[in-house]
Design a protein around this ligand. Structure first.
Ligand SMILES: C[S@@+](CC[C@H](N)C(=O)[O-])C[C@H]1O[C@@H](n2cnc3c(N)ncnc32)[C@H](O)[C@@H]1O
Length: 243
């Protein structure tokens, strides 16, 4: 019996990968990774210089990404079929060999691999190797502490409804907003309504080639790349008490 080893690869810079993930990726003979059709795939790009010459690759191409609404029944049906099919293929493959699945950031933190993880339970041995989440690479790129003292930090998805975004933004000190991409305008409006826009930063492609760090209020664009995070720093509640 082989195993499925899901390697968290960190935020993008290959130097930010764990020693354990580095070892597994270099030793891998079978490597699977998600990608959008026609694209190399972010996880695959991170390991570009690390794969053995004779590795067999299994690109798992999403049937759709942003072409149809992510909450439409058609999207849900297509994605469920896609994950079912790949769970079956990987389970069959892992009967004979180890398969390394590449995952940007940390696999257990909003990683697509979790859809396979759920379907593979009880069928094959799975190991998940922790990675630095993308948001940590992004707040490191700004170079200020994201939260300290008694700050409450909330991680939000830009796909949430605008009124929920606003309400949660009002109830938190530090904010991390992921999946900004095409939701950037909505995120900007919610931040403005919550009185946090002037404190917000946009980090595109954190630690990757083409990284951009800017104050959100100074950006004109109506959308941004898929790999982008909006951050608002906490101010350090009760820090004056020395805690
Ligand atoms: C499906 S989630 C995957 C999260 C990943 N497992 C992690 O641990 O960061 C994808 C979202 O993560 C964010 N993201 C992850 N890495 C990033 C990076 N290096 N720079 C900017 N955004 C990033 C973006 O908001 C993107 O839309």
């Amino acid at each position: 019996m082989g195993r499925i080893i899901c390697c968290g690869l960190g935020p993008g810079d290959p130097d930010l990968m764990s020693v354990r993930a580095d070892r597994e990726v270099r030793a891998a003979r079978h490597v699977a990774y998600f990608r959008k059709k026609g694209r190399p795939g972010q996880a695959r790009r991170i390991v570009e210089a690390m794969l053995a010459a004779d590795v067999t690759e299994y690109p798992m191409e999403y049937p759709v990404t942003t072409e149809i609404a992510f909450d439409s029944p058609e999207y849900v049906r297509l994605l469920a079929g896609f994950y079912d099919e790949w769970a079956e293929r990987l389970a069959r493959l892992a009967r004979a060999v180890d398969v390394v699945v590449l995952c940007e950031g940390d696999p257990y933190f909003y990683g697509s691999f979790m859809h396979l993880h759920a379907r593979l339970q009880g069928r094959v041995e799975i190991e998940v190797i922790a990675g630095i989440p993308g948001m940590a690479g992004c707040w490191n790129a700004i170079g200020q502490p994201i939260a300290l003292g008694d700050d409450v930090t909330t991680v939000l998805m830009g796909t949430l409804a605008e009124d929920e975004l606003e309400q949660r933004m009002c109830n938190s000190d530090a904010l991390v907003i992921m999946k900004t991409g095409r939701n950037l305008q909505k995120v900007r409006r919610a931040l403005a309504s919550a009185g946090r826009l002037d404190d917000a930063w946009l980090v595109e492609r954190g630690t990757m080639p083409g990284e951009r760090v800017a104050r959100l209020a100074e950006i004109d664009e109506s959308d941004c790349p898929y790999f982008a995070i909006v951050l608002v720093h906490g101010r350090g509640r009760r820090m004056d008490a020395g805690e």
